[in-house]
Ligand binder design. Structure first.
Ligand code: FCB
Length: 489
């Protein structure tokens, strides 16, 4: 029954428990701007998130990532904490403007040194480093020159990828080009709820193509310059789209959101073409034949070794006529501008009768199960990695200094169970990264939303593992889920 645990030393679960596949990677994730702080140290220049967070009204409470969780100064303690929790891998991102200030020209060694030291510390602790090149923090000067809607930004990104391959190629074996390019393009340039805060539907589509191109070019460079064993990936926040009803209108709404939410990336990256229905839905906004140049698709379709999938909650859609949907509230923040160019009329719904997280996202592990199997059906044999999954709740510390977060434990249990069932049903899922290792700067929500398994007291920067961190450590130790708690009648 099931395959053997990855380590010979894993304590056995009681009979009936299915272990995760051998070699399944247990990790936790963060991103540079969300945790590092040290915003102006050692030559780092502002990114679009520094500018955006300083713009009044853009981030809740006027919070910025200036200090964040101070990971830049506390990385040694943080790695020691990861080690105590038994993490096998750490997914972090590189701040582009820390290593190549202004996004052009030579690298800054002091900036690179931070990542070299972080990686060395991880390796010494036996934790696999997983580096993401871009988690949304474009150097501000590149935005001033036009940002992602401009093709030249993809060229700049390729130069930056070359710098990083040179600096970390000897010690990082798992690389991700982009994190959630959908958010970069459509929240950054469409609805404007993320940096740089532009609200230009055509620019958002152009940004998506240039992010695809940036991925392809960086993948080519990494492939050429890294050792043959290096694993390349890109991380997508694939929307698990469900029509509200069985009507043909709602089916069309789902098709549209799947096109501009998912297939705009998986099409060129995994099939070498943009889907015809996407091109038709957006033809009034963008001249795709001018935007996509000869050779672009071949570059974008360079094979990846693993596809990273981030999942939090499903996306339930209808045409506005069905039910009480809202064309603005799609779970990605409220704006008068849509992040769905060409499909602005689609309405979004929240499932009734389901628990919700502090983000008001419904807890729905079946969505993750379906997503992993849908991707497997559409791209047979593609290895997958859940690169983010987790939940924000209103955590607080008890007078005794404990953080009890049973809802997060229930969330993680449900989603890990879904991963296990998806594996049993044929999905090749290689690992799971909890979002997030610790509480951090949650973009437009600032520090008001806590996603960490580790609680951060921002006044003192003291870290306290929540009950969920201990629970996750136990899962990792046993390479299997603990028995489900008894359900009382
Ligand atoms: C994802 C982001 C990550 C974090 C989680 C909650 O979209 O990649 O940085 O903010 O959402």
């Amino acid at each position: 029954m099931g395959s053997a645990p990855a380590t010979g030393t894993a304590p056995q679960r009681p009979a009936g428990e299915t272990p995760f596949p051998a070699g399944f990677v247990w990790g936790a994730a963060t991103a540079a701007y969300q945790v590092e702080g040290a915003a102006a140290e050692n030559g780092r220049t502002p990114s679009i998130w520094d500018t955006f967070s300083r713009t009044p009204g853009k981030v809740r409470n006027g919070d910025t990532g200036d200090i964040a969780a101070d990971h830049y100064h506390r990385y040694r303690d943080d790695v020691a904490l990861m080690s105590r929790l038994g993490l096998k891998a750490y997914r972090f991102s590189v701040s582009w403007s820390r290593v190549q200030p202004t996004g052009r020209g030579p690298a800054v060694e002091r900036g690179l040194d931070f990542y070299r030291k972080l990686v060395d510390e991880l390796l010494e602790a036996g934790i696999t480093p997983v580096a993401t090149l871009y988690h949304w923090d474009l150097p501000q000067e590149l935005e001033d020159a036009g940002g992602w809607p401009q093709r030249v930004t993809a060229e700049r990104f390729a130069d930056y990828a070359a710098i990083m391959a040179g600096a970390l190629g000897d010690r990082v074996g798992m690389w991700t080009t982009l994190n959630e390019p959908w958010c970069s393009a459509f929240l950054g340039y469409g609805s404007g709820v993320h940096a740089p805060g532009r609200t230009e539907p055509a620019s958002a589509l152009r940004a998506a193509h240039h992010l695809n191109l940036a991925h392809g070019r960086a993948a080519g460079i990494l492939r050429d310059r890294l050792p043959a064993a290096a694993q390349l990936s890109v991380t997508l926040n694939l929307h698990q789209v469900r029509p509200l009803t069985a009507s043909t209108q709602d089916a069309d709404a789902a098709r549209r959101i799947d096109a501009v939410g998912n297939r705009i990336f998986t099409g060129p990256m995994l099939r070498g073409e943009y889907p015809g229905d996407l091109l038709a839905d957006t033809a009034h906004l963008v001249d795709w034949s001018g935007l996509v140049r000869d050779g672009d698709l071949a570059e974008i379709a360079r094979p990846v070794d693993v596809l990273g999938v981030n999942y939090y909650t499903p996306t339930i859609v209808s045409t506005p006529a069905s039910g009480t949907g809202d064309t603005r509230n799609d779970g990605h923040g409220n704006s008068d501008h849509s992040p769905w160019p060409g499909s602005e009329h689609v309405a979004f719904h929240l499932a009734e009768n389901r628990p919700r997280t502090a983000m008001n996202w419904s807890v729905d592990p079946e969505g993750l199960y379906d997503l992993l199997l849908d991707v497997t059906r559409d791209h047979p044999g593609l290895p997958l990695m859940v690169t983010e999954n987790g939940a924000a709740f209103d955590d607080y510390m008890s007078p005794e200094g404990r953080v009890e977060d049973p809802e997060r434990i229930a969330y993680l249990r449900g989603h890990l169970d879904a991963v296990q069932r998806a594996v049993a049903a044929g999905a090749d899922v290689r690992g799971y990264f909890l979002w997030s290792l610790m509480d951090n700067f949650e973009w437009a929500y600032g520090y008001s939303k806590r996603f960490g398994a580790v609680y951060v007291d921002y006044a003192t920067q003291r870290r306290t593992p929540k009950a969920s961190a201990h629970w996750y450590a136990d899962v990792i130790r046993h390479h299997a889920l603990p028995p489900a708690p008894e359900v009382r009648a």
